[in-house]
Design a protein. Structure first.
Length: 273
């Protein structure tokens, strides 16, 4: 039961942190709740499907199907987060003004809400499929489904609670600064996800991680609660390698560079009317 609680809490916490950042970065926009709810629901359904066909996925591509699947999910999430950050660089200030007078005339189709719903769905899909597989393995080897379900339920509640605390904390940030704060959170979140992709690709034999740069596990274990939170929020890795660092810094550089490029090009455009 304790093992199930810890496993589910860690996986749910990661998804809850992503959802909290997404909700805080789009607060006040009409329809965001529906999109995020749809993303969560789609992720749960997808996780159940993935768990159902876990054996097929694992056997695909010489037994590395699950690693490649996880890598693809994370890469797609990174792309969506990058696009959202670039979009916000040109619309963030406008949204701050619109939030004061937004009404029925504002259509969610003009916002990147569907992209963020996709990010939420992918986060729930990846973490949810791992939760189902872990719980099934625990139930099969450690005393049946009842302890696994009880521990998993407690872990689910605890993970959601921690995510809610983060979301409430983000709500305290003034509206005028929320987009700047959450944009940087999303950039670091994307960089951390991109670095995680390397672990899956290395496991599948596609890349070599290279030598370990340092080992900070004695100071902060990645498996601890704080380590897991920092792993999700800023991509903390207790034993980063050369490839991890290159991908992490490269992702931050690409997103911030593209954001500045698009922002500058928008500012140079003549005002119509």
């Amino acid at each position: 039961m304790i093992a199930a609680l810890i496993i589910v809490f860690r996986e749910v916490l990661e998804a809850a942190l992503v959802i909290s950042i997404v909700l805080s970065s789009t607060r006040g926009l009409p329809g965001v709740g529906r999109w995020v709810s749809a993303g969560i629901a789609a992720g749960v359904v997808g996780a159940a499907i993935v768990a159902q066909f876990a054996g097929v996925i694992s056997d695909t591509l010489n037994g590395y199907g699950q690693e490649i699947f996880n890598a693809c999910v994370l890469l797609l999430a990174v792309a969506m987060l990058a696009w959202h950050t670039i979009w916000m660089s040109t619309h963030g200030r406008q949204m701050v003004t619109e939030l004061r007078s937004v009404g029925d005339t504002v259509r969610s189709g003009g916002r990147p809400l569907y992209a963020l719903a996709l990010v939420v769905g992918l986060a729930v899909l990846r973490e949810g499929s791992e939760v189902v597989l872990f719980l099934y393995g625990l139930a099969a080897s450690d005393g049946g489904f009842r302890p696994a379900i009880l521990g998993g339920s407690a872990g689910l509640a605890l993970g959601v609670a921690v995510g809610a605390v983060l979301y409430l904390g983000l709500l305290r940030i003034p509206t005028g600064k929320i987009f700047s704060v959450t944009n940087w959170m999303i950039i670091l979140l994307a960089a951390g996800m991109a670095a995680q992709v390397m672990n899956f690709l290395a496991a599948a034999g596609f890349v070599t991680l290279g030598p370990t740069l340092w080992d900070s596990s004695f100071l902060l274990s990645e498996s601890s609660i704080l380590g897991k939170i920092l792993h999700t929020l800023i991509g903390y890795i207790e034993r980063p390698t050369v490839l991890h660092l290159i991908v992490y810094i490269g992702t931050i550089g690409l997103i911030t560079g593209a954001t500045r490029l698009v922002s500058n090009s928008q500012q140079k455009k003549p005002v119509s009317g």
